[in-house]
Design a protein around this ligand. Structure first.
Ligand SMILES: [Zn+2]
Length: 1199
């Protein structure tokens, strides 16, 4: 059956019924939603009601062969919407019935899609004889289902059997039903198109408690849509032939495309699979092979009866693959195989090694043996998703199994490990214990994702994955989760198209929630509780809060208390600086008061890397949602100038993407870009020539190079162009001419800044030639980097060319890349989609919503104007119906744009004001780090040789280089050779001297400190001197600040960073004293934290308080004069906010020592300042701040 979709009130609509045999005229009957029966006269076109009166509203027609009848409804009314029934009568055949819903745009989908529970399957025997040959991609199928009858509600008085079968894919030949051994008469057979139901109407009622046996013979299709039982192909270079692979993808609702079944996850049964094969083919299924048999003259493989499982986990594969057999360990009796086309076998080793280690790892972790006797991992040539956890037969997109050292980057390798472990983890989570319905998919995916981290971290400890999990997995999740269209994790699944679910959100958020659970339960209890947990224990939604003093061990992530209300008060602990959500174990973000942020910023460099990453990530997100001032965030970011840790850098890069996107089209973009460049440059020059093969170094370099090129750092682009040229000139094995870890940025920026069309065509040509899948995907990605709109159009057109060489499974990468790599890509893609709508729709057919999703999703990324919103909105309204499940994506994208618009309205001006101020303050006397051209003059060899010498001083010496480079830049730009370097060092002294003079007026401390070191000697000697004298420096500092004695304890910790500069300075130059003063400032500030009202800090305070408020407030004078007041009245307000909607107002307040209802004056002034920035005159702002209620109202409304 089929119908006009969607129907529109007032317009015409048609409903078709089809059959495989001729219909007698006047024997096609339709029943309208209001139960009116209509007889269709196919010869005259008249439609009559029961009283034989002709109805003018309808028209009947048929095709020439009379294998179809149709009713045309003129001017659809509301009453026409709903379920229609179509009945076809043919002599000698049972009547054929169909149900279909006429739906309008509002209804969109049929919502009640669940099977009744009065017939429950116990076991299946499935015999499939597929023909995988051109012109006959079909399957002869027979399914025998043993079921039992239960006393459960149904809509047919127990006189029907309802199961799933997709009419378009399965043509039923004959059916038999027996109850308790006796044959039942089937009165009619019906299809419900919207629910994919096959309904057998029976003469007799079913009796609860009795057994039921069904036998259905059918002819199936082996299509190439990547779901159900489908075909894909690869080219066998040895035989010079294209080979076909038959394989399955049944999750979520596609088993019904392969055979009639009860296709819901909780309707578990055992399966015996019998598979026919031809020629050189082999077959694989979930279970080990039992024997070979002959059925109807064809050789078949008979598989053992499976364990009890869900239909979506069933799989069969028919192919000519070979396997890498890995049963080498007598104590590892499991048969473990990895399968692929023969020439790819050597590339399976990495996946095999990881997989083989993962199984005992999980067995041990859960104290539960893997229940099957074998496990196969199979590389499928065309695969819709990343991989699929079919029980005992895991299928993978080829690139997630193939690893070749020469062509795969470290991150590719990691990705493979992760995907392999994820699917293996599902053998327990998902397969053994399964969610009852798809609404709890997050549980499956969350566990799979989290367990993959745990396993890979254990198998490949060098990846330090658990450190990064909270940043990798939060990437866009908080954002995705915060937009209006976000669904709760356990969302009701309303329509039969489960692709519309938010799989990403399920995976990542689920993963983080499970990690949070493990942390608060402790790993032991967590493991212990896993099995109980799956038995359906639900948990209360409360937030586990952890907090530590920053002087404590911050890697301790013990939960301190549970936040069950919207606010809680903590007992004060000596006014220490508290740090919340240790290890980012909880699924929430933390906002501190301005003052606490200041102190966090001061102490930044002393904090562990995960904490630093967390702060950067939180600050960028909080200022994005207007919960934190950008001035504060930029001050925090300033610390990145000396950052070298991968986790922190990647959190920063990711967090800054939002701003990059928002500002990319802005006239002031360069100001912003210049600032970000200054943060990255140091680490860039440090890693660009790194040859280290240590995992952390490799991934860091790869991240920094990509980042630097995206920031247009000239040196990076020059390198990309140079290496791109070499790659182009390489004829043979050109796949090897660029390191796999560099391909992404080299190809992309090589093309972007290259000779446009010629280079583009050249790359395209190579995508055709290369047999290397990694090279190919790097090239696909690069092709989207062009700035030329006409080339983008060309690329998009190629993607829907019927002869396109881009594989079906890879098209989504093309669309994602265009959206991601090109400023105008997403807009152009939407126009292209709109302009070529019919053609694209036709080209993708059933896979249209899936691909459309990738075309539309990137649109929100840099959309922050009303115009951009309207454009998509118009597109949406125009094409709503045909977008199908992608409509949901469009709604999400529209929501994201709304959030962007809001951001722009509220934060844009503030951002630039704050940014300009921070930049001005940091660059005063400090051109050193901001001028890339001068830095380009650095002698490449210099850095590494210094580094070697300095040993542990790695982080300091490069700064020395920068110093020297500035010297070069100042006197003679771009000198080469080590000699110049030395000169530079000298010159550097001068420069740093200048800096020192200015450091009193608010220079950045950490930099000053390090510059101080640079002023001194180089090499390891310096370090020794440095660390030796550190103590002295500290001592001096303490003396200098007079009453600072209490601070000495805290100060000792300080000495690691802050005082290095001061120490050296003290010994070597008078300016150094100023630095030691700076050092004092730091320890002094900390003293404030641990002891109230440090009067002694008075004289030094000027410096530090100027520093502190710097960009956050204009009232420097006020600040200084009231400082005493601040220290006296100091209260620390710490705010813990969560992203959970019902808990957004959560606030944890720490009262410092005494109970104080008075506002912290610094915060008070910031509020006034905030109000002034939002247009309130000073006097009024002051009045508002005094009026709690009024202030609250304004603050509440700001979002
Ligand atoms: Zn999964």
């Amino acid at each position: 059956m089929d119908r006009t979709y969607p129907a529109e009130i007032g317009k015409n609509a048609t409903i078709w019924c089809k059959t495989s045999y001729p219909i007698f005229s006047r024997s096609c009957v339709m029943v309208a939603p209001g139960n009116e029966t209509l007889n269709l006269d196919l010869r005259t076109g008249k439609v009559r009601d029961i009283s034989s009166a002709t109805s003018e509203r309808y028209e009947a027609y048929s095709n020439k062969q009379f294998q179809m009848c149709a009713i045309k409804i003129h001017s659809v009314k509301v009453n026409d919407l709903g379920q229609w029934e179509c009945k076809i009568l043919s002599l000698g055949y049972p009547p054929r019935v169909g149900f279909i819903n006429l739906l309008d745009n509002e209804m969109r989908y049929v919502k009640d899609v669940r099977l009744p529970r009065h017939v429950l399957p116990d076991s299946y025997i499935i015999t499939l004889v597929p023909y995988l040959m051109e012109g006959n991609y079909t399957v002869d199928g027979l399914v025998e289902i043993n079921a039992h009858i239960a006393d459960a509600p149904n809509s047919c008085d127990n006189k029907c059997i309802i199961l799933h079968s997709k009419e378009a894919a399965i043509d039923i030949r004959h059916m038999h039903v027996q109850m308790g051994g006796f044959k039942l008469v089937i009165n009619s057979v019906a299809y419900d198109k919207d629910r994919s139901f096959l309904i057998l109407y029976l003469e007799e009622a079913l009796v609860p408690g009795k057994d039921l046996r069904k036998e259905i013979a059918f002819l199936g299709k082996v299509q190439d849509e990547m779901t159900g039982f489908y075909r894909s192909s690869y080219f066998d270079f040895a035989l010079n032939q294209t080979k076909v692979v038959g394989s399955t993808q049944f999750q979520s609702i596609h088993a019904r495309e392969a055979f009639p079944c009860f296709d819901e996850p909780d309707m578990k049964a055992t399966f015996k699979v019998i598979l026919g094969r031809q020629g050189n083919m082999i077959t694989l299924s979930n279970m080990p092979k039992e024997k070979i048999d002959i059925v109807l003259g064809t050789e078949v493989d008979v598989y053992e009866t499976s364990v009890k499982m869900s239909t979506y986990l069933l799989s069969f594969i028919i192919c000519e693959f070979k396997s890498l057999y890995l049963q080498t360990d007598p104590f590892f009796p499991l048969r473990f195989n990895v399968w692929a086309q023969e020439d790819k076998l050597p590339q399976l080793k990495h996946a095999a090694n990881i997989g083989k280690k993962a199984i005992p790892f999980f067995e041990d972790m859960f104290d539960l043996k893997y229940p099957l006797a074998k496990i196969d991992l199979v590389a499928i040539p065309d695969f819709k998703y990343g991989a699929m956890e079919n029980w005992g037969i895991l299928s993978y997109r080829d690139k997630f199994l193939f690893y070749d050292k020469t062509d795969s980057s470290e991150l590719n390798k990691l990705e493979i490990s992760m995907v392999v472990c994820h699917e293996i983890a599902h053998q327990w989570f998902g397969n053994l214990v399964t969610m009852r319905w798809w609404n709890d998919l997050w549980l499956n995916e969350g566990f799979g994702t989290y367990m993959a981290y745990v396993a890979v971290n254990s198998i490949s400890p060098e990846t330090k994955l658990l450190e990064q999990i909270a940043f990798i997995e939060t990437k866009d999740i908080f954002v995705l989760d915060a937009v209006k269209s976000a669904k709760p994790l356990s969302a009701e699944v309303k329509n039969p198209e489960f692709e519309g679910m938010q799989p990403q959100l399920a995976m990542y958020k689920g993963c983080l929630l499970i990690r949070m659970m493990e942390n608060f339960l402790t790993p032991e209890v967590f493991r212990q509780g896993l099995r109980n947990y799956f038995k359906g224990d639900s948990f209360l939604w409360v937030i586990p809060i952890s907090y530590k003093s920053i002087l404590e061990n911050l890697s301790d992530t013990t939960v301190n208390f549970w936040l069950t209300e919207s606010a809680a008060t903590l007992p004060a602990r000596n006014k220490e600086l508290l740090f919340f959500n240790a290890g980012r174990m909880g699924y929430y973000r933390v906002s501190y008061s301005i003052e606490l942020w200041d102190r966090v910023i001061e102490n930044f460099s002393k904090l562990p890397n995960v904490v630093r990453a967390q702060l950067v990530d939180d600050a960028l997100f909080l200022s994005r949602t207007n919960s934190m001032f950008y001035s504060q965030t930029f001050k925090l970011l300033n610390n990145l100038r000396t950052e070298t840790d991968y986790v922190v850098l990647s959190a920063a890069e990711n967090g800054l993407k939002f701003l990059m996107n928002m500002l990319v089209d802005d006239r002031r973009y360069d100001t912003f870009l210049d600032f970000i460049k200054t943060l990255v440059e140091k680490v860039y020059y440090e890693v660009r020539d790194s040859t280290s093969v240590r995992y952390q170094d490799v991934v860091k370099r790869s991240l920094v190079m990509k980042w630097a090129c995206s920031l247009n750092i000239n040196d990076c682009i020059a390198r990309a162009e140079y290496m791109f040229k070499i790659w182009k000139q390489t004829e043979k094995n050109y796949e090897l001419s660029v390191s796999p870890d560099d391909k992404e940025w080299v190809y992309c920026y090589g093309l972007k800044f290259g000779r446009s069309e010629r280079d583009w065509d050249f790359i395209w040509k190579r995508t055709q030639e290369t047999k290397n899948i990694r090279e190919k995907s790097a090239l696909y990605e690069a092709l989207a980097c062009t700035d030329s709109i006409s080339l983008l159009d060309k690329y998009l057109d190629i993607s829907i060319d019927p002869n396109s060489t881009i594989r079906k499974q890879d098209k989504r990468y093309v669309y994602s890349a265009i959206g991601k790599n090109n400023v105008n890509g997403a807009v152009r893609m939407l126009d292209w989609l709109d302009e070529n709508w019919e053609q694209i729709l036709k080209y993708y057919e059933g896979n249209f919503p899936y691909n459309a999703k990738f075309m539309i999703e990137p649109y929100s990324e840099n959309a922050c104007t009303q115009e951009r919103f309207d454009k998509l909105n118009q597109f949406y309204n125009k094409n709503k119906a045909e977008l199908g499940t992608s409509g949901q994506i469009v709604e999400e994208v529209l929501d994201k744009i709304k959030a962007n618009l809001r951001w722009r309205k509220i934060s844009y001006e503030d951002l630039f004001r704050d940014l300009e101020r921070v930049v001005k303050e940091t660059t005063a006397g400090n051109e050193v780090t901001t001028n890339s051209n001068e830095i380009d003059g650095i002698v490449v060899e210099e850095g590494p040789s210094d580094n070697e010498g300095s040993g542990t001083g790695n982080t300091e010496t490069p700064t020395g280089n920068e110093e020297s480079a500035t010297g070069n830049g100042g006197s003679a730009t771009g000198n080469d050779g080590s000699e110049t370097g030395n000169e530079g060092l000298e010159a550097g002294n001068e420069v740093s001297g200048t800096d020192n003079e200015e450091s009193g007026s608010g220079d950045d401390e950490s930099e000053t400190g390090i510059e101080g070191l640079a002023t001194g000697n180089d090499g390891s000697e310096t370090d020794n001197v440095g660390s030796e004298t550190n103590n002295e420096g500290l001592a001096t500092g303490n003396e200098g600040s007079g009453t600072d004695s209490e601070g000495s304890e805290t100060g000792n910790e300080e000495s690691e960073t802050g005082n290095e500069g001061s120490a050296t300075g003290n010994e070597e130059s008078p300016t150094g004293n100023e630095r030691s003063a700076t050092g004092n400032d730091r320890s002094e500030t900390d003293n404030q934290g641990s002891s109230t009202g440090n009067e002694g800090s008075g004289s030094n305070n000027d410096g530090s308080s100027t520093d502190n408020q710097g960009s956050s407030t204009d009232y420097e004078e006020q600040e200084v004069t009231t400082d005493k007041e601040v220290t006296e009245e100091e209260t620390s307000d710490t705010e813990v906010t969560t992203d959970k909607e019902d808990l957004t107002d959560t606030e944890v307040t720490t009262n410092g020592g005494r109970k104080s209802g008075r506002r912290n004056s610094r915060r008070w002034r910031s509020m006034i300042h905030y109000l002034m920035r939002n247009g309130y005159p000073y006097q009024e702002a002051k009045a508002i701040v005094r009026d709690e209620n009024r202030l609250k109202k304004i603050l509440d409304n700001r979002f």
